[in-house]
Design a protein around this ligand. Sequence first.
Ligand SMILES: *Cc1c(COP(=O)(O)O)cnc(C)c1O
Length: 394
Amino acid sequence: MTEDATPAGLSSATRAIRAGRVHNDTALAPVLWASSTFVADGVEEAHRFATDITMPKFYGRHSNPTVADFQHAVADLEGAEASRAFASGMGAISAVILGLCSSGDHIVAQSQLYSHTQLLFQAVCPRFGIDVTFVDGTDPDAWDAAIIPGKTALCFAETPANPKLALVDLERFGAIKGPMTVVDGTFAPPVVQRPLEYGVDLVVHSATKSIAGHNDAILGVVSGSEELLAWIRGFAILHGAVASPFDALNGLRGIRTLAVRLRQQTETAIVLAEMLEAHPAIDRVFYPGLPSHPQFALAQRQLDQPGGLITFDLAGGRDAGRQLVNRVELAQLATSLGGPETLLTHPASTTHVGLLPEELHAAGIGEGTVRMSCGLEGVDDLVADLGQALDSIC
Ligand SMILES: *Cc1c(COP(=O)(O)O)cnc(C)c1O
């Protein structure tokens, strides 16, 4: 546990308020330590700071007090021994993969992944002699079947996963022996899901999303054992994708309201998911809080709340998708999730516009697939807005 860990037995909501205050002095709010370097009190102290990269007052690429407080807070919420922040979620993911795997190693990753994580596995890993096998992450047996004993170094899961909010059974995934297990938990932050409790080795988050939660930071974080984090820190100072103190400050600010934001976003998502499911313009809704989700029972077991993300397929395909995202007035068309504003994305006409229908299908995306991140607006206003846009395309 980190040096300022909150006492055992407190709820996540309380931990989110108390954690990450070591470098606050008497300030109540997080302090922005903008300095890139720190003055040592003599050569002995300089030596200690230079040789222990957990020391937060040496040089900003090694560590920083504001970033350290953000890391403490995340570790506390995850139930981790340690965390390391990065300049982005991809900074965290690439440091885990390239920091822990070597030429000749093998990785098993699920095929349902954030697009850039997939690109890292497909395009970058092979250049470094790292083979990757993709499996259906929802099939617990597929992971075991793909592991090559003595060669598979790492298994990488994302849960809930892009784009259809499919789940990986964390109990089965955490029980994998041999390779390191890594979960990207961006869609379910630690007040909702804690993969380390299942025996998973590392959990990564794009803290850009729900954790910072206000669309004003690009930030990533990895949590796990002190032993693994020591290795990741060693690589991180060479990799150089360090979190900016300002983004870490926004991350820590976000953590304070994470529980209440998620509760509100979940409440809204349940109302909107039910509304969508009943609307004739909709072919299918994917939401872990609906009994129609193919893994509803698993969602009830491993997610404290189903969260604020809903993915749905419009019956009218690509045209309907384009019309919907153009006709909503309150909800906005933007990439990202977990913030105060309700956002829609239509991958077939934006992020995945270059793909043929069969390629879209292989990526788990339909021509009429829309992903919605429920924000903090009044739920009745969102129901009215989505309703008028859907009614207009029927
Ligand atoms: C956004 C996202 C990432 C990448 O995070 P950045 O902060 O944008 O680098 C990784 N995984 C998932 C699931 C994401 O949603």
